[in-house]
Design a protein around this ligand. Structure first.
Ligand code: GLN
Length: 489
């Protein structure tokens, strides 16, 4: 194993080498740094790195811990003490985190090294990472295309072998969708499975932190470290955390998988439809029973999400006023001028659009018609899933209706961008868990563009969707594919 080959390893394989003392944690950091220097100028996944600090942590790391000596990239919306936490926004450009998020504390306790902050759509609002105020991130499979979003930096880093694994956040698909578009695995835990303390809030009733990794096993390893109760987040469930690797390796005999009939209709790219059909056949040949199910409220999910998420965002983002931290407008005339210009100058267009939408749906006179009604329909969406999960163990769908699109193609058309969330947002509204796993490629303009298969499970059933995803993954070679730019680096 040369230094050059190290970054392509999965977390599980890296751990074996570390524990056998065949490689030191310090050598791993050096190899990763060399890799990032070689490839990230073309990709733009990272916003910030402190290699010296990571090297120091590596020297002191205990490689016998569950994630001992494993460097992980962190979406720049999760607080890591002493590091920037820009949220991809000008308003937090100069902010430094004063504490560790609970997930970071837990990762450190498991021996992992938070290594670098990755790019994202401003405050995680978007599906392409183009809403970042910081820089552009490119899809490693085709540099003229988006990596997906909002955790696009995390996804691109892992896909390009410039990270062993990463954390992202998922409010309506922001872990699963970039994982799908970049050809890796992304898991959104059930609401409450992972503490949100230290995750800068976008929509508090929907947000969850989760892993983006090269394999399903690696996602299970990170979940083992980050899941569980936290006294600092009252929504973090006080439920035992199973060993998520324990369910891996079982076959699909006796597993019932539901195909929501509303999901496989018009509007899906033909490559994606073909890849999902093939994956369903594959699962069936592995022993799963495939059942058609119905989620009748599917057509309302996007509307409900963009009411609930913007309402919560408008409240959560009220704290950025130029007084307490972050950007402050210069020479304010008075306090209202300070608030107004700080927000006008500090926030980007999409964030302003969401704040305006959210304020509108919460305003008196419109609250009942929009926000309250959306909450009621959210209840119906939850019931749809509960009914489906009485019949099946998990649901199958595409993760995204389209493969990675061209940079710039959708920025002028926010609605088009919102529609790409159709398969992922309902899981957040219902609080379920979901995973995206590579299931093929679309050949477009001479490039292979990855396709993701989504498996949805009921709340706290992460072990089950990891098991199913793993059985499927291990029966295919999709997860072994590497973008040409990463193979050449
Ligand atoms: N694309 C969705 C949005 O823009 C989801 C974002 C997310 O999950 N953070 O809101």
């Amino acid at each position: 194993m040369t230094e050059k080959d190290l970054p392509a390893l999965t977390i599980a394989d890296l751990q074996l080498l570390l524990r056998r003392r065949e490689v030191s944690a310090r050598e791993v950091i050096d190899a990763l740094q060399a890799r990032i220097e070689a490839i990230d100028p073309a990709i733009g996944a990272y916003l910030w790195l402190d290699v010296e600090a990571a090297a120091r942590e590596a020297e002191n790391s205990n490689v016998d811990l569950p994630l001992g000596g494993v460097p992980l990239a962190i979406k720049d919306i999760i607080n890591v003490m002493g590091q920037p936490c820009t949220c991809g926004s000008k308003i937090l450009q100069s902010y430094r985190a004063t504490y560790d998020a609970t997930v970071i504390r837990k990762l450190r306790a498991a021996g992992a090294i938070p290594f670098g902050k990755t790019n994202l759509d401003e405050f995680a609002m978007g599906s392409s990472t183009e809403n970042s105020a910081m820089k552009m991130t490119r899809n490693p499979w085709d540099l003229s295309r988006v990596p997906g979003g909002s955790s696009g930096g995390s996804a691109a880093a892992v896909a390009a072998n410039a990270a062993f694994g990463a954390l992202g956040s998922d409010t309506g698909g922001s872990i699963r969708q970039p994982a799908a578009l970049s050809g890796i695995v992304g898991l959104k835990p059930s609401y409450g499975r992972v503490s949100r303390f230290g995750l800068v809030a976008f929509a508090s009733s929907l947000d969850q932190i989760g892993p983006l990794t090269k394999t399903v096993r690696d996602a299970a390893l990170i979940m083992n470290a980050i899941a569980g109760h936290d006294a600092q987040d009252t929504t973090a469930l006080n439920e035992p955390v199973p060993d998520y690797t324990a369910s891996l390796g079982h076959d699909l005999g006796g597993v019932r998988l539901g195909l929501p009939k509303e999901y496989l209709t018009e509007g899906i790219d033909s490559h994606i439809k073909a890849a999902i059909d093939a994956a369903v056949n594959q699962m069936s040949s592995l022993g799963a029973e495939i059942v058609e199910v119905s989620l009748p409220t599917t057509e309302y999910a996007i509307a409900v999400y963009y009411i609930v998420a913007t309402a919560e965002a408008s409240a959560n983002l009220a704290r950025f006023d130029g007084v307490r931290y972050g950007y402050r407008a210069e020479n304010p005339r008075d306090i209202l001028d300070l608030y107004g210009r700080t927000r006008e100058e500090g926030f980007g267009a999409e964030v302003k659009r969401r704040i305006i939408l959210g304020t509108y749906v919460l305003s008196s006179g419109y609250y009942d018609a929009y926000y309250l009604r959306a909450q009621k329909v959210r209840g119906l969406i939850r019931e749809d899933f509960a009914r489906a999960f009485e019949k099946v163990d998990a649901l199958i769908s595409p993760t995204s209706p389209v493969p990675a699109f061209k940079l710039g193609e959708r920025v002028a058309d926010p609605l088009q961008m919102y529609l790409a969330d159709i398969f992922t947002i309902a899981a957040n509204l219902a609080g379920n868990c979901g995973i995206s796993v590579p299931c093929g490629f679309a050949e477009v303009d001479g490039h292979r563009l990855p396709i993701g298969l989504q498996l949805l499970g009921k709340a706290l059933d992460e072990g089950r969707i990891l098991q199913i995803a793993h059985a499927y993954e291990q029966s295919t070679d999709w997860h072994k594919a590497c973008p040409p730019i990463a193979a050449a680096a």
